[in-house]
Each structure stands twice: as C-alpha cells, then as structure tokens.
Design a protein around this ligand. Structure first.
Ligand code: DQA
Length: 138
C-alpha cells in the first residue's frame, strides 16, 4: 500500500471560507474524505500548518519512508528557501500543487522555491489539482 501525504501550508485551513471565488466552497476536510473513499487502497495522510518550520519538520518526518508528498505550500511557495532545501534534503518525491493557476495571477506568485526541487507542478485545476498529483504517484 502506497503511503502518500497531502501537506497544506498557510491559510489553507480556511478553505471553504477563504476567497471562495478563487479557492471554492468545499472545506479541505470534506475533500479529503472524498479522496479517501475514492482511493481506498492508498494509505493517505493529511497535515496542515500555518507555520513554516512545522511544514519542514513534517517533510523530514515522512521524507525517508513515504512514497510521495503532495505539497501546497501556499504563499511559502513564493518565499521559502528553507522549504525548498527541505525537499532537496529528503528522498521522498514531492509534487507541488496549487488550487488556482498561479501563473495567471500576480507576478509574485510566478516565483516558486518548490518547483526546482519537485517532481512536477500541477496548478489551476481547483481541488482536483491534489487528485491529479495523487494519480501520478499511483
Ligand atoms: C495557492 C496559491 C498561492 O499563491 C497562495 O498564496 C495560496 C494558495 C493555491 O493553492 O492556489 O495560499 O497555493
């Protein structure tokens, strides 16, 4: 059974309430339940933190035993050299995901410290971005 972690960064705990015109009206808990039902043969884990260091600690914790990490680092994508380094330092492949198409938004969202160290990037498909990343690990 493949072990996959979905890791969400800052403000993604507000999904469902936060700017629903961009991020939709489903909570992540609801979406995660639907994913678990759809992929019963995957050992799916979920963690969210608004704290940069906690995201790094989680990457270190799973990064030598899990088969994949689906990472939406939120705004840390565009700022965090430390998260980029953490991905470089672990063995587990990481896929960068975004709900919105960051390339169609503000210039500062076009920068990513995750992508150079990621297996790939999926952006702009709403919550389905997570599922597409998951499928690529399976
Ligand atoms: C996001 C895009 C980021 O630019 C933003 O800071 C987020 C969410 C997305 O999923 O579209 O918090 O990662």
């Amino acid at each position: 059974m493949k072990k996959i972690l979905i890791l969400n960064g800052p403000n993604l705990n507000l999904l469902g309430k936060r700017e629903p015109e961009i991020y939709g009206s489903l909570t992540f808990a609801e979406y995660f339940e639907s994913l678990k039902i759809k992929y019963p043969t995957v050992d799916l884990h979920y963690y969210q933190s608004n704290v940069e260091g906690e995201l790094i600690n989680k990457l270190h914790e799973v990064g030598f035993s899990f088969d994949g990490v689906v990472l939406n680092a939120g705004a840390y994508t565009h700022t965090s050299i430390a998260i980029g380094d953490a991905i470089k330092g672990i063995e587990t492949p990481v896929i960068e995901v975004h709900i919105s198409n960051v390339h169609a938004r503000e210039k500062f969202r076009h920068v990513t410290y995750i992508a150079p160290n990621a297996k790939g990037v999926i952006a702009g498909f709403g919550l389905q971005s997570y599922e597409l990343a998951l499928q690529s690990f399976l």
